[in-house]
Design a protein around this ligand. Structure first.
Ligand code: FE2
Length: 374
């Protein structure tokens, strides 16, 4: 592993100022039911809505929020639509990773002048709550970065959406913000997209793993982590590597039909509580063998949590130079083995759990074997 963290913030260019993640939009076959799943299982609150009742005739979107995390769950109401084309190609998946910017017009011109493929020119949308400017560019696959400038807006989400406060509002599970979002790209494409984030968006590379770091007996992958200047946005990018069998990245690429978002890592400040709640609500996690905990203490040293409790909830631990982190990964959320969610609690560590990769991949391989896709 090459860890070049000290250069993290000095390398980043400031032509593209990003204040954070604005929202993540997921295209699904049935937004009403998917929204129910994210509310019930993950404790999101429904805060805004657009659809037939609000004068939108071609799509329905539910805006779900938990602390700083905002998901938009969208499906098409009509036969021929770009949403349905996306669904047919990729299955349910992340279409838009929207970034909160001070100036969406500048974000568009700075990125497109550096080679980004335009998705949407700057556009002003208004309602009685004020004004929002959006613009967008393509990133890997058919995934979009939408730039959202919302200084002058006081509504529940974006113009055109109405506030919602349905009776059914399951309690949260302690999820706070998006820690990072990972993209899987096709064979030989990792460096292309590393270059895209560096040159087009001014990100810098903070960590890289190669197949010697991340491999099991059967499968391997390569990964590089790109971060923006203030460190609020981190996009690791994975590429499959040659192994004896089909890696999980390759499996994703096959089922998603190309590059796309692999997982959202959601941060909590009490992972035991969060995982307890999620498990009780039926969220399925990757299985971790009991043997993982045998040498954990030797590997990570002293930690505040009770090892027996971690073992009970099958929570993973890893340590780096700056501290440790606790994490766990769900099974794919979709029928296709594509998108999943990571739950992460950082206790000083700024890395991504490299020490867990091997144990984790072996767990994934056992599941791939059951799916007949290894
Ligand atoms: Fe992750």
């Amino acid at each position: 592993m090459t860890n070049i963290l000290p250069k993290q913030y000095t390398d980043a260019k400031d032509f593209l100022e990003l204040w954070g993640t604005d929202h993540v939009e997921i295209y699904v076959g049935n937004a009403k039911q998917s929204a129910y799943y994210f509310k019930t299982a993950f404790g999101f609150q429904e805060v805004a809505y657009a659809g037939l009742e609000t004068g939108v005739t071609d799509r329905t979107s539910y805006v779900l929020q938990q602390d700083k995390i905002r998901l938009v769950i969208t499906s098409s109401l009509v036969k021929d639509s770009t949403i349905n084309e996306h669904l047919n190609e990729h299955g349910d998946g992340v279409k838009i990773v929207a970034l909160w910017v001070p100036d969406a017009t500048k974000a568009f011109s700075e990125t497109t002048s550096r080679g980004a493929r335009p998705y949407q020119k700057p556009q002003v949308i208004e309602d009685t709550n004020g004004k929002v400017v959006t613009s967008g560019i393509y990133t890997y696959g058919e995934t979009i970065h939408l730039f959202v400038e919302r200084d002058d807006y006081k509504g529940p989400f974006l113009p055109g959406y109405v506030a919602r406060k349905p009776q059914y509002q399951p309690s949260g599970v302690g999820l706070k913000y998006i820690d990072h979002m990972v993209g899987n790209v096709d064979w030989g494409q990792m460096n292309t997209w590393v270059k895209f984030y560096a040159e087009v968006m001014g990100f810098s590379q903070i960590i890289s793993f190669d197949d010697k770091d991340i491999s099991t007996e059967y499968t391997a992958l390569m990964s590089k982590v790109m971060s923006n200047g203030n460190g609020r946005i981190k996009f690791p990018i994975n590429e499959p590597a040659e192994g004896k069998k089909r890696s999980q990245i390759e499996e994703y690429i096959d089922f998603y039909n190309g590059a796309g978002v692999q997982h959202l890592a959601l941060a909590t400040d009490n992972i035991i509580h969060t995982i307890h709640e999620l498990r009780a609500r039926g969220v399925e996690f990757l299985d971790v063998p009991d043997t993982y905990y045998n040498d954990l203490k030797d590997r990570v040293g002293a930690i505040e949590e009770d090892m027996e409790v971690l073992k009970k909830y099958k929570i993973l631990v890893d340590r780096d130079d700056e501290g440790y982190l606790l994490q766990l990964f769900t099974r794919p959320l979709m029928d296709r083995p594509t998108v999943f969610i990571e739950i992460i609690q950082r206790k000083g560590a700024t890395s991504f759990g490299k020490g867990n990769f091997k144990a984790l991949f072996e767990a994934i391989e056992r599941e791939q074997e059951q799916r007949g896709t290894l």
